[in-house]
Design a protein around this ligand. Structure first.
Ligand SMILES: Nc1ncnc2c1ncn2[C@@H]1O[C@H](COP(=O)(O)OP(=O)(O)OP(=O)(O)O)[C@@H](O)[C@H]1O
Length: 317
């Protein structure tokens, strides 16, 4: 089983009535990878995660975790997964260290070991001093920390994080990243869904862009960004009378903004030297050059733009 990927989805389908939440979802996550799942609201990310952890029954296709089918081999698949879900679904009547011990016990960890793991998990996320508190009494940020601790208490090989930093402040987000990055460096496979694209960009080895229940693309964040267009701003000593014709390959658009020439191009860094040469040849003096790289966000919005979600939020027709 060593060669099996951490996650394999092949032609995965799930319908809720008329809504096709998963429509042939196909991709793999390698062992040890930090993998991001990006997609607009309703793309099917949570449904996919729920299929993996056995909360939703798939309609068709393959879903495996470390080679174990998530339905026919549920126990072996599920015991390898730790999940920090989007929703707070926590037992509210026990002190949080007990919640963790129960969780570990449920996954077959003996009591003494469960106690040790609960302590370790609470210390890892920095809320050991709150161990006797009930979940409801924790602040919002501490609740997020606790969900991560609960995911860690079974020492999972695959950690699934569904919007782990939704609504948390910058400092806590950094703390959580730090913990998650360390776990990944130690070999834990991470599946992360997030709406913070810079988070995916910074953390993930690869990301899958999901839309309408299908994978639109799987790439490294760098590859994805290179599909967008960059903007090269060239400040000229003299304002040209008209937009210069430069004849450089890769240019998508050229316009003038005062005495600054704004060139939109595929691969701005690569095009910049040719632009400088062409402008010099035409007799222009370049005073300053600034390259603004395409953001992953722009590429993402372009890839997932559809008739339905093209309207800005708040527009009622
Ligand atoms: N229990 C359910 N019953 C009916 N429809 C559902 C159910 N759960 C999800 N859906 C629908 O399935 C589609 C996919 O939803 P899902 O929650 O998986 O998307 P998501 O990518 O996680 O979205 P978000 O980013 O908003 O969390 C949506 O159209 C949603 O309304």
């Amino acid at each position: 089983m060593q060669s099996e990927p951490a996650i394999r989805a092949d032609g995965l389908r799930k319908a809720y009535g008329d809504v096709q939440a998963l429509d042939g979802l196909t991709f793999e996550v390698d062992r040890g990878e930090f993998f991001g799942l990006l997609g607009p609201n309703g793309a099917g990310k949570t449904t996919f995660i729920n299929v993996l952890v056995g909360l939703v029954r798939k309609g068709g296709g393959v879903a495996e975790v470390f080679g174990f089918d998530v339905e026919t081999d549920y126990r072996r698949a599920r015991d390898r997964i730790g999940i920090a879900p989007q929703e707070f679904n926590v037992d509210r009547f026990f002190p949080i260290h007990e919640v963790l011990e129960h969780k570990a016990g449920y996954h077959g960890v003996p009591p003494a070991e469960a106690e040790r793991r609960a302590e370790e998990a609470l210390k890892t996320v920095g809320i050991w001093d709150k161990r006797e508190t009930r979940f409801d009494w924790l602040s919002g940020g501490m609740k997020r920390r606790f969900l991560l601790a609960r995911a860690l208490v079974t020492d999972p090989e695959l950690l699934i994080l569904d919007e782990p930093t939704a609504g948390v402040d910058v400092q806590l987000r950094r703390d959580l990243w730090h913990v998650i990055e360390r776990l990944n460096a130690e070999g834990t496979t991470i599946l992360l869904t997030t709406h913070y694209i810079e988070e995916a960009e910074r953390l993930c080895d690869r990301v899958a862009i999901v839309d309408s229940g299908r994978v639109v693309d799987v790439s490294t964040p760098d590859e994805l960004r290179s599909r967008g267009t960059d903007q090269v701003h060239l400040t000229l000593a003299d304002r040209p009378a008209s937009v210069p014709e430069l004849g450089v390959e890769g240019i998508v658009e050229t316009r003038l903004d005062g005495s600054t020439l704004v060139v939109t191009a595929q691969g701005g860094g690569a095009v910049a030297p040719d632009l400088l040469r062409a402008l010099e040849y035409e007799g222009h003096e370049v005073l300053d050059l600034d390259i603004q790289r395409a953001s992953l966000e722009e590429v993402f919005v372009d890839m997932t733009r559809t008739e339905e979600n093209a309207e800005p939020l708040g527009v009622i027709q």
